[in-house]
Design a protein around this ligand. Structure first.
Ligand SMILES: Cc1cc2nc3c(=O)[nH]c(=O)nc-3n(C[C@H](O)[C@H](O)[C@H](O)COP(=O)(O)OP(=O)(O)OC[C@H]3O[C@@H](n4cnc5c(N)ncnc54)[C@H](O)[C@@H]3O)c2cc1C
Length: 384
């Protein structure tokens, strides 16, 4: 029987497990899903926790209640990958494979910018987000800085969404006029892959709310004691409160296995998602995938699951015979803009002539669609 090992039970790993479950049920494949966490955590819930709309637990589901019943779940950490012997070592087991799918997401590495861990809250880490939320509730003046440390990072709209939610929180407390709210980024515009029209729409919303926006600003170091950021372009900014999207890189286990390249991620071929080692695939945030234009494929849950679905179908076709569909390279993000609204943005990455994107005006219904995006996935992967 074909042995398939999936490392990581996030958007990509859960999609693979769900779509390979029928193969496992028919006895055509032996499928193992490995995750070091006891539960899946929905990324977008971090922002709802920040906004005070949700508890952390409402965005989590235990792997013990996985819907795919014929896939073996191993709660363990992958510690070594041997692509020559085709096996994975975890803390408790040795897993030989015929096909290995890397769906390990990205690790956050604030230590790559000196002083960042000490000087800034981490917008992508639950405990830090809750501390930042409490700190924002105490702000009554000064500069509040949101900084994107480097590219790539998961969920390209996320830092902008945080800026809008911070703006909301300060307005609700009646202190917005006293606070200078600044967003800095190394990017040339918001969500660069989505193109100028989407970038201009987001910039317009920042300007309308009085949020200062500085592009081409990559933090070089943070002086936590002096509360000052120095950027690679020579600029300096003093802040009272700072939160950041830290640098990302592939988890250590894949870097140690020599599977990552200079980008810090695992190079994989667009469409097949094959990594450089035989019978190894990389999907989602762990992968470095180039679009036909040469730009990096954006990292987001909606793309991670679509890549995973493509790999699941390719594997099923290989085992059962038959055709498989091509990777569509499209997805919709619901850009949260505060005021209980979101703007659906549809991105098509593989259009002739390069990616295209369309953003709808923000609406209450847009936020409802974002809630539904989450509910559908919980239903699909955990039965609710
Ligand atoms: C604030 C925020 C908001 C977001 N909003 C959206 C949104 O609205 N829409 C959207 O599409 N995306 C959104 N995202 C992005 C989305 O969460 C990620 O792009 C997505 O989770 C990537 O899926 P993945 O399967 O590649 O990795 P992940 O979902 O990160 O899963 C990786 C898994 O691997 C496990 N793992 C890592 N190392 C090991 C190891 N050594 N051994 C075993 N297990 C390991 C981890 O525990 C984790 O469960 C958001 C992200 C954030 C932070």
């Amino acid at each position: 029987m074909t042995r398939i090992v999936i490392l990581g039970g996030g958007f990509a790993g859960l999609t693979l497990a769900t779509h390979l479950d029928p193969l496992a049920a028919q006895g055509k494949a032996d499928v193992t899903l490995v995750d070091r966490a006891p539960h899946f955590a929905m990324g977008l819930n971090l922002q709802w926790v920040f906004a005070g709309r949700r508890s952390p637990q409402e965005g989590q589901r235990m792997y013990a209640s996985l819907r795919p019943r014929h896939v073996r779940f191993l709660h363990d950490e992958a510690t070594a990958i041997d692509t020559a012997r085709r096996s994975v070592r975890t803390r408790s087991a040795l897993l030989p494979y015929d096909h290995l799918v890397l769906a390990l997401g990205a690790d956050l590495a604030p230590d790559l910018v000196p002083g960042l861990a000490e000087g800034a809250y981490n917008l992508f880490e639950l405990d830090s987000v809750m501390q930042f939320r409490d700190a924002v509730q105490r702000v009554d003046g000064g500069t509040l800085l949101i900084a994107i440390a480097s590219m790539p990072f998961k969920c390209p709209p996320a830092p902008y969404e945080y800026a809008f939610l911070v703006d909301d929180a300060l307005r609700q407390r009646g202190v917005r006029e006293k606070v200078r709210l600044v967003l800095t980024t190394p990017e040339p515009q918001p969500m660069p892959v989505a193109g100028k029209a989407v970038g201009d729409a987001v910039k317009g919303m920042l300007a309308e709310r009085g949020i200062e926006y500085l592009t081409g600003h990559k933090p070089k170091a943070v002086d936590a004691a002096a509360r000052r950021v120095t950027y690679e372009n020579g600029a300096q900014l003093e802040y009272g409160l700072m939160a950041a999207v830290p640098p990302h890189r592939a988890p250590k286990v894949v870097r140690d296995a020599g599977l990552a390249d200079a980008s810090g991620f695992v190079p994989a071929e667009l469409g097949t998602f094959r990594a450089q080692a035989p019978n190894v695939y990389a999907v989602g945030d762990v992968a470095a995938i180039k679009l036909p234009t040469g730009s990096p494929h954006p990292k987001a849950g909606v793309f991670a699951e679509s890549q995973a679905l493509t790999v699941a179908r390719r594997l099923a076709a290989e085992i059962l015979g038959g055709e498989h569909e091509k990777y569509p390279g499209q997805g919709t993000c619901y850009v949260e803009v505060g005021r209980n609204e979101a703007a659906p943005a549809e991105i098509r990455l593989l259009e002739e002539g390069g990616p295209t994107a369309r953003i709808e005006p923000p609406s209450v219904n847009g936020l409802e669609l974002k809630r539904r995006f989450e509910t559908e996935r919980f239903e699909r992967w955990f039965g609710g």
